[in-house]
Write a new protein. Structure first.
Ligand code: PRP
Length: 179
């Protein structure tokens, strides 16, 4: 095991199973609906790539990029939209695809932002959920795996931009935590 990995929290096999389940559920729920998936970069891209191949429907997708205003103001919930989608969504059923819901501040901001554009609906699909950290009322309608309050890396999640490529969700060794 790499020295920055304390232990594997969720194996790639368990993740794959959860992704399959979510894809099947979305396939059932969005039959005959104009589905539009919006992936939140950067962390969401690994999950997005796996999820779309488990959805047996015709649908369009796009990516947005967000950034919180620096670590000290992350708790304020002020999110900067770095890249927006470039199509109207008033005729679409939107699902926002994320790697993790933590405090819920990012998703609260994004859900409210997209709701102002009058889509047919907006729901959230997150592969990981850390409800113990929540400071908002956000509950992902499609939730893969509930995890404890640990510093996790892999499957899209990073520390200082590193480790997103780990196939398992791992707990980061304490010595590598950002100061
Ligand atoms: C992570 C994650 C969510 C957000 C969740 O993104 O991808 O967007 O934090 O946290 P919250 O529920 O407390 O708002 P991060 O800011 O690490 O950016 P990244 O995806 O580009 O790594």
């Amino acid at each position: 095991m790499k020295d920055y990995v304390e232990r594997v929290l969720i194996s790639k096999e368990e993740i794959a199973e959860a992704v399959k389940r979510l894809g099947k559920q979305i396939t059932e729920d969005y039959k005959d609906k104009n589905l539009f998936l919006i992936c939140v970069l950067k962390g969401g891209f690994v999950f997005m790539a796996d999820l779309i191949r488990e959805i047996d429907l015709e649908f369009q997708m796009d990516f947005i990029a967000v950034s919180s205003y620096g670590a000290s103001t992350k708790s304020s919930g002020v999110v900067r939209l770095i890249k927006d989608i470039d199509v109207p969504i008033n005729d679409k059923h939107v699902i926002i695809v994320e790697d993790i819901v933590d405090t819920g501040l990012t998703l609260k901001y994004l859900k409210e932002l997209f709701e102002t554009r009058n889509p047919l609906s907006v729901k959230i699909c997150s592969i990981f959920d850390k409800p113990s950290r929540r400071v908002t009322e956000i509950v992902p309608e499609y939730s893969g795996l509930t995890i404890p309050n640990e510093y996790v890396i892999g499957y899209g999640l990073d520390c200082g931009g590193l480790y997103r490529n780990l196939p398992d969700l791992c707990v980061l060794n304490e010595e590598y935590h950002k100061k």
